[in-house]
Design a protein around this ligand. Structure first.
Ligand SMILES: Cc1cc2nc3c(=O)[nH]c(=O)nc-3n(C[C@H](O)[C@H](O)[C@H](O)COP(=O)(O)OP(=O)(O)OC[C@H]3O[C@@H](n4cnc5c(N)ncnc54)[C@H](O)[C@@H]3O)c2cc1C
Length: 331
């Protein structure tokens, strides 16, 4: 009989882990709490306008990710955006690294990669228990799932909250301390439809280097090649997002809009605000994934592990690492 695994989270770490296990002949089910695939690979529409409001682009460095991205390029799922962006003074800074975007948005990339998988959406895992050689997971909807192994891929503080509820599980003190030291920065994001071109020069992305500015990043989704009409995504800095996290979300969005408005050549038509509670880990653990217990196996994976400079690729390689490790443990 084939081995089975429950993967918690359908972001890229979870999707890649599940694909790898499925390829190795495992029975895999992915449980995802939200309504769509991709986690922080997220895309939203306002009328005809299309916005990536989480991940903006990704780079590739490892052979594994290079092959995956090239296959998606051949399938028309991803395209090349640029080799660098403008800085806060609108000076183009090219570093030679190709940045890719999803032609149907970042969520389209996740959807493409998720195609062969059994993913249960709106299944929020609320509890785990190891009984004999199996894991038993409960979800908010009242369902129970069972498998030989589990890979947890939510942002690390959320994954740890689940681990701490496991009956009979106890952390080794030093490990618990190390894991709890990884904090995440929030990010307030606005998506704004405009009545004309934004005035942001090619390639349509401005990355601020001033951590005290309200604005970290502005993207013109039309110049990017994503949106058929004018619309920008603005990410606030960690500083602004922390300071304004507890005020009304729409009011925080308005404050961010006031900061960005003078930089644009067009007027606002509509705006939506989103808050990412766990946007970016402020520190990264050096291992690519972590085996928390052997019997039955429980792994942690995701963007808190392995690669700080290239978060999307880091999440992919983390999911891959957990799956590879698991297939060596149980076969
Ligand atoms: C605003 C923003 C901009 C970014 N820009 C970039 C960029 O341009 N380039 C780049 O490389 N990286 C960027 N990142 C970082 C990148 O998004 C992440 O590093 C990467 O997507 C993490 O993938 P993941 O699979 O580890 O986690 P996630 O994508 O967060 O996936 C985890 C999944 O677990 C699910 N989940 C959580 N708890 C449960 C539960 N109890 N039960 C079931 N499911 C659960 C979540 O809903 C989510 O879908 C950005 C992030 C943000 C927020």
């Amino acid at each position: 009989m084939s081995q089975s695994c429950l993967v918690v989270g359908a972001g890229l770490a979870g999707i890649i882990a599940a694909r790898r296990l499925q390829k190795a002949g495992w029975q895999v089910t992915v449980l995802e709490k939200s309504k769509g695939y991709g986690g922080r690979m997220a895309t939203r529409r306002i009328g005809e306008a299309i916005f990536d409001h989480g991940v903006q682009f990704f780079t590739m460095h490892s052979m594994f990710f290079r092959v995956l991205v090239e296959n998606m390029q051949d399938a028309g799922v991803v395209g090349e955006w640029s080799r660098g962006f403008l800085n806060g003074d609108r000076i183009l800074s090219l570093d030679g690294y190709l940045r890719f975007y999803g032609k149907e948005g970042m969520s389209g990339v996740a959807k493409h990669l998720a195609e062969p998988l059994d993913i249960r959406l709106q299944e929020e895992v609320t509890g785990l228990e190891a009984i004999g050689p199996s894991w038993h997971l409960k979800t908010k909807s009242g369902s129970d799932y069972q498998a030989n192994a589990v890979i947890l891929t939510p942002p690390l503080p959320q994954a740890l909250a689940l681990v701490q509820q496991i009956p009979s599980f106890s952390f080794e003190e030093e490990l618990e301390k190390r894991l709890k030291e990884v904090k995440y920065e929030p990010c307030i994001t606005i998506m704004v439809t405009l009545d004309g071109p934004s005035g942001i020069p090619e390639p349509g992305g401005i990355a601020s280097t001033d951590p005290m500015s309200p604005i970290a990043w502005i993207a013109d989704n039309r110049i990017k090649g994503l949106s058929p009409v004018d619309g920008i995504t603005v990410h606030a800095t960690g500083h602004f997002s922390r300071q304004n996290w507890k005020i009304d979300r729409e009011a925080a969005g308005e404050k961010l809009w006031e900061a960005v408005k003078p930089l644009l050549a067009a007027e606002r038509i509509e705006m939506q605000t989103h808050g990412w509670r766990f946007a970016h880990p402020t520190s990264i653990l050096p291992e690519n994934s972590l085996l928390l217990q052997q019997g039955p196996p429980l792994f942690l994976a995701g963007d808190a592990f392995g690669d700080r400079l290239n978060p999307v690729e880091g999440a992919v390689l983390s999911g891959l690492d957990a799956a590879k490790h698991l297939t060596k443990l149980l076969h």
